[in-house]
Design a protein around this ligand. Structure first.
Ligand SMILES: Nc1ncnc2c1ncn2[C@@H]1O[C@H](COP(=O)(O)OP(=O)(O)OP(=O)(O)O)[C@@H](O)[C@H]1O
Ligand SMILES: C[C@H](N)[C@H](N)CCCCCC(=O)O
Ligand SMILES: [Mg+2]
Length: 207
């Protein structure tokens, strides 16, 4: 199972969900590694994903680039006078890809976050050439964000493999109670999983 994990926004649960999925795949016997190519603001994402693989690889191996500024990588790298090279990311990924059966690659923020000079979010995702899964935080606004992201993923030539609807808290509003059903009604992209607040394990059979 190889996916590029994007989201409807930053802070929607990409890391939370990727870690859950990684643990479930490894428990099912699939040699899965979760990667965070670029971190901005802190390395907590990468540390969570490293925990999900039982510390099997060093942090730098799964998270080769990190920046201090909690911003888009394009901004964070400019702040530090650094450049992000597509070729370096591709070489890093190719080396890992050859030795693993299953890779989950977490993007940065939402789908079109600019990564480097002349490297937008879609061009960044193209480095990994994987089907795209969209993590959707169940909150007001997610219908539009999800449909926009699906449309962009597809028009850029990627396979949109599925949605993972993430309930960060129990539904409190009419929109939070209806978002999941409405997304199923409005798009042919399958809902792979719905993740509940505080969920710690994932049953792969429900996909
Ligand atoms: N289903 C959930 N239940 C409880 N807490 C959650 C759930 N999903 C996400 N969270 C929490 O919400 C916060 C944001 O989640 P997370 O860091 O995974 O988002 P992200 O999309 O990876 O963000 P970023 O864009 O910074 O990478 C974290 O504190 C995370 O632990
Ligand atoms: C700092 C945050 N946790 C992410 N790593 C980066 C989010 C960039 C968002 C850019 C934007 O869409 O405005
Ligand atoms: Mg994250």
């Amino acid at each position: 199972m190889n996916y590029f994990i994007t989201g409807t926004d930053t802070g929607v649960g990409k890391t939370y969900v990727t870690a859950l999925l990684t643990r479930a795949l490894r428990s099912a016997g699939l040699d899965t590694v979760a990667l965070k190519p670029i971190s901005c603001g802190d390395r907590e994402d990468a540390e969570s994903l490293r925990n999900a693989i039982g510390g099997e690889l060093p942090l730098d191996a799964i998270n080769p680039l990190w920046f201090d500024a909690p911003a888009a990588p394009l901004v964070a790298a400019r702040e530090e006078g650094r450049t992000i090279e597509r070729a370096n990311l591709r070489d890093w990924y190719t080396a890992l890809r050859q030795s693993r059966k299953s890779l989950l690659v977490e993007g940065v923020g939402g789908w079109l976050v600019p990564v480097a000079e002349g490297l937008g979010g879609a061009e960044f995702a193209a480095i990994f050439d994987l089907p795209v899964v969209i993590v959707v935080a169940n909150r007001l606004g997610c219908i539009n964000h999800t449909l926009l992201t699906i449309e962009s993923v597809r028009t850029r030539g990627f396979t949109c493999a599925g949605l993972i609807i993430n309930h960060l808290h129990p539904p409190e509003t009419i929109s939070e109670r209806t978002n999941a059903a409405l997304l199923r009604e409005l798009t042919d992209v399958p809902v792979l999983f719905e993740i509940q607040p505080g969920q710690r394990t994932l049953n792969l059979a429900v996909a």
